[in-house]
Design a protein around this ligand. Structure first.
Ligand code: FCB
Length: 449
C-alpha cells in the first residue's frame, strides 16, 4: 500500500440502513407493532414526538432507492429485516406478505448488482414478545430461533452475507436499565440485564446455526457489535497496554462467550450473585464459529496508564470537537484501535466495519445541493485510521457507511441526520449530499480521495 491511501483489492465498500429507520409503513400488509412503534407513542420519549410511522417510506419507494444506490455505484448494502413484518406477534402465525416483501427487495438488489448484507435483528422486537417478557424471557429466544430459521429458509438461496444481531448493548442495557433512552424503556436491575445479554447471545447462536443449516454453501455469518472502544492517549507502550486492558474488561461479557465458548471467570466474579443463568447447550450455540465480526464504530474514550499501569479514562475537554449527537466526539483513532484490539484479543477471521458515520442537525438543501463538508472531513479522518489498521495487518475486509440516507434516528427522531443522501420528509425527495459524491469516488477508486 502506498501513500495514495489505496485499499486492498476486493475491499468491500458499502452503505447501511435499518428497517425501522427507513421503511415506514409501520402497520402495512399485516405488520405487527414493534417496541419502537409503541415507545414512540409515549410522550417525551422521542425528540419532537417523532415516530417511525412513515420514515423514508422506503417500504414503498425501495425501487427508487435501489436506483439511487446504483447511481452512486454502491455494490454492497447492509439492511435489516423487520421481525414483526414476518411474525407480527413474534411467533405463531407467519405473515407471508412480510416475507414476500423482503424476497422482492432482495431480488431487486441482486438485479441492480448490489450484494445484500442482511441483519436479522436491528432492535425492532415485536411488541407482543415484549408483552410476554421481552429480552427478560427465554420465550424471546425460542421465537427468535424460529424467525431465524424461517428467514434463512426463504431468503438463504440468494443471501450470502448474514448479520445475526445489531449492537446487543443497545437493545438490552440501554433499553431496559435505568437511564436508558431506547425502547422499550425499563428500570431493570443488573441481574436482569446480565440475563438479557445471555439471551441475546443465545439468539446470536441460533442465527449462526440457522445459516449453517439452511443457508447456501459458502454463506457467511457474524455478529455486529458496538464494542466499547478506547484510544491510548499517547501511543507509548504503557498507554497502549493500559488501553488494551480497558478494552478487554469492557467487552469481555459479549466477546468471550462468542470467541471462547464460555464466560470468563473474571466476568462471573464481577457479576457475583447477578450472574446469568445458563441452560444446557447454550454455549454450544453461542460458541459456534462465525466468519467475521462486524464492528459499529463511532466513538472512543481516551485511556492512559494510571498508577501501576492500571487503565485510567480521561474526561473529554469541553472544547473537544463533536458532532451534533451529544455522545459522539470526533475520535477517528477509534477506527484504528477498535479493530486492532479485537484482532489482538480474539483473532476473528475477518472484520467488517458495519457502521461508521456522523449525525448533524439541519442540513438544508440550497439550490439543489447540500454542502456537508463537515461530514466529508469526518469520514476522511476516520478512513485514514482504518487505512492504517489495514496496513498494520488487521484483517478488516470492508466498510459500510452509516447511512445511505437521513432517517429515523431512534430517540433523536428526524432531527439528527446521518445520511449521505438528504431526505425531505415532507416530499420524500432524496438529494445526494456532497459527501455522497465524494464517497462514490472512494468506493469506485478503492482509495481515499
Ligand atoms: C447505531 C445504530 C444505528 C444508527 C447509528 C447512528 O448505534 O446501530 O441504527 O442509529 O447508531
Amino acid at each position: 500500500m502506498s501513500s495514495t491511501l489505496s485499499f486492498p483489492r476486493n475491499f468491500v465498500w458499502g452503505v447501511a440502513t435499518a428497517a425501522t429507520q427507513i421503511e415506514g409503513a409501520a402497520s402495512a400488509d399485516g405488520k405487527g407493532p414493534s417496541v419502537w412503534d409503541t415507545f414512540a407513542r409515549r410522550p417525551g420519549r422521542i425528540l419532537n414526538g417523532d415516530t417511525p410511522e412513515t420514515a423514508c417510506d422506503h417500504y414503498r419507494r425501495y425501487p427508487q432507492d435501489i436506483a439511487l444506490m446504483r447511481s452512486l455505484g454502491v455494490k454492497h448494502y447492509r439492511l435489516s429485516l423487520a421481525w414483526p413484518r414476518i411474525y407480527p406477534a413474534g411467533d405463531g402465525s407467519l405473515n407471508p406478505r412480510g416475507l414476500d416483501h423482503y424476497s422482492r427487495l432482495i431480488d431487486a438488489l441482486l438485479e441492480a448488482g448490489i450484494t445484500p448484507w442482511v441483519t436479522l435483528f436491528h432492535w425492532d422486537l415485536p411488541q407482543a414478545l415484549e408483552d410476554r417478557g421481552g429480552w427478560r424471557s427465554r420465550v424471546t429466544v425460542d421465537a427468535f430461533a424460529t424467525y431465524a430459521d424461517t428467514v434463512v429458509r426463504h431468503l438463504g438461496d440468494r443471501v450470502k452475507h448474514w448479520i445475526t444481531l445489531n449492537e446487543i448493548r443497545c437493545f438490552t442495557v440501554l433499553a431496559y436499565a435505568p437511564g436508558g433512552d431506547k425502547a422499550p424503556g425499563g428500570k431493570e436491575p443488573p441481574a436482569v440485564i446480565n440475563q438479557m445479554y445471555h439471551h441475546a447471545l443465545v439468539c446470536h447462536g441460533h442465527a449462526v446455526r440457522a445459516v449453517r443449516e439452511h443457508g447456501r454453501r459458502g454463506a457467511r455469518v457474524g455478529l455486529t457489535d458496538n464494542s466499547e472502544i478506547c484510544v491510548p492517549v499517547t501511543e507509548t507502550a504503557a498507554d497502549i497496554t493500559a488501553a488494551r486492558r480497558w478494552f478487554a474488561q469492557r467487552n469481555i461479557h459479549l466477546l468471550d462467550p462468542i470467541y471462547r465458548g464460555a464466560y470468563a471467570p473474571a466476568y462471573l466474579r464481577a457479576c457475583g450473585a447477578n450472574r446469568p443463568r445458563v441452560s444446557r447447550g447454550d454455549f454450544d450455540l453461542i460458541g459456534l464459529p462465525t466468519d467475521f465480526l462486524g464492528l459499529n464504530v463511532y466513538n472512543a474514550k481516551f485511556v492512559r496508564a494510571g498508577s501501576r499501569g492500571a487503565p485510567e479514562t480521561l474526561p473529554m475537554p469541553s472544547h473537544y470537537p463533536r458532532t451534533d449527537s451529544p455522545w459522539h466526539d470526533l475520535t477517528p483513532q477509534a477506527l484504528y484501535w477498535g479493530p486492532r484490539f479485537v484482532h489482538e484479543l480474539y483473532r476473528p477471521k475477518a472484520l467488517y466495519i458495519t457502521e461508521n458515520g456522523c449525525g448533524y442537525d439541519d442540513e438544508p438543501v440550497v439550490k439543489g445541493e447540500v454542502f456537508d463538508l463537515h461530514r466529508r472531513e469526518f469520514l476522511r479522518s476516520y478512513l485514514r485510521e482504518l487505512h492504517r489498521a489495514v496496513g498494520d495487518g488487521v484483517p478488516v475486509r470492508g466498510y459500510f457507511l452509516w447511512s445511505l440516507m437521513d432517517n429515523f434516528e431512534w430517540q433523536d427522531g428526524y432531527t439528527r441526520r446521518f445520511g449521505i443522501v438528504h431526505v425531505d420528509y415532507r416530499s420524500q425527495k432524496r438529494t445526494p449530499k456532497l459527501s455522497a459524491r465524494w464517497y462514490a469516488r472512494v468506493m469506485h477508486e478503492n482509495r481515499l480521495v
